[in-house]
Ligand binder design. Structure first.
Ligand SMILES: NC(=O)c1ccc[n+]([C@@H]2O[C@H](COP(=O)([O-])OP(=O)(O)OC[C@H]3O[C@@H](n4cnc5c(N)ncnc54)[C@H](O)[C@@H]3O)[C@@H](O)[C@H]2O)c1
Length: 274
């Protein structure tokens, strides 16, 4: 048994997109999967497409007591030792800082950052006790660069990155590892599930229109993203970039740490002109 395949995996946000594809992929690699999402229909759809052992829990990752109870029930259910905990559930809002809704900013920070903290602190004691396992927290390429009208999302994803890197160093010598994932554009429901006030160019009046544009920009499929993440974890990578856009932006921000957005804007202009 490798450190990953065949061991029980926990995945939050497993009812759609990257979480759903990761659940299906890990199940095909022999992992019993414990899946959580607040979208019960999505969760059932994922579970129905998996033939191995699967448990599901309707759960809001912001609910600390709920996540702790989920960890306890996974420990009891797990047919194999717990190997992987993917804190993947995430949301965004499209809005400018000047007229941002504080409630929407808080929602994004609560789900994307505190949801990850709830997952880590609930499952870490189990992993430490068995002295093995990997915690995989989903940040974003927007945890590497700032982007207009994504301020709360960027803040939450930079926070996930910082938290996970600190955790990774703390875990030295314990047998438990932590990895952070930075996806670029992945063709999922992230924008259609978003809250919408305004996009930064003023091109869109509603979330449906923004989601249609996102579908043309996002190049990586959820299945490809799941493969990159799975292989990254197997290779014991601590930082997993998903897609050529994530790799390119990661390099760009090192090369031009304060001017990178000038270059992004110019490239975007070229792409949009076709
Ligand atoms: N798609 C992209 O381009 C992209 C890029 C970078 C990072 N990400 C990150 O990848 C992760 C997965 O997103 P996705 O792209 O698959 O989007 P998605 O919308 O398809 O899936 C996200 C899932 O999280 C669930 N969720 C949202 N809030 C929740 C909550 N409070 N409690 C429990 N479940 C909740 C949703 O119901 C949904 O099933 C997110 O953290 C997202 O920020 C996505």
């Amino acid at each position: 048994m490798s450190s990953v395949n065949g061991r029980t995996a926990v995945i939050t946000g497993a009812g759609s997109g990257i979480g759903q594809a990761t659940a299906r992929r890990l199940a095909r690699h022999g992992c019993p999967v414990a899946l959580a999402d607040w979208n019960e229909d999505g969760l059932e759809e994922t579970a129905a497409s998996i033939s191995g052992p699967v448990m599901t829990k309707k759960l809001d990752v912001r609910d600390r007591q709920g996540v702790m109870a989920f960890a306890a029930s996974v420990k009891e259910w797990a047919p194999q030792p717990l190997g992987l905990v993917f804190n993947n559930a995430g949301v965004t809002v499209l809005q400018g800082v000047a007229d941002a809704s504080p409630e929407d900013d808080q929602w994004v920070l609560d789900v994307n950052f505190h949801g990850v903290v709830n997952g880590v602190t609930s499952f870490l004691p189990i992993l430490l006790e068995q002295r093995s396992g990997v915690i995989v927290n989903t940040s974003s390429v927007f945890g590497l660069v700032g982007f207009p009208h994504q301020s709360a999302y960027c803040a939450s994803k930079f926070a996930v990155r910082g938290y996970t890197e600190a955790l990774r160093h703390e875990l030295r010598g314990t047998g438990v590892r932590a990895a952070v994932v930075h996806p670029g554009g992945v063709k999922t429901n992230i924008v259609s599930n978003a809250r919408f006030r305004a996009d930064f160019r003023g091109d869109h009046q509603d979330v449906e229109s923004a989601a249609r544009e996102f579908a043309t920009i996002a190049r990586t499929s959820p299945e490809r993203a799941a493969k990159i993440i799975h292989e990254g974890v197997e290779k014991q990578r601590s930082r997993i970039r998903v897609g050529p856009d994530a790799v390119a932006l990661d390099l760009l921000v090192r090369f031009a740490p304060s001017r990178y957005y000038d270059i992004v804007e110019r490239l975007e202009g070229l792409v949009r002109r076709g």
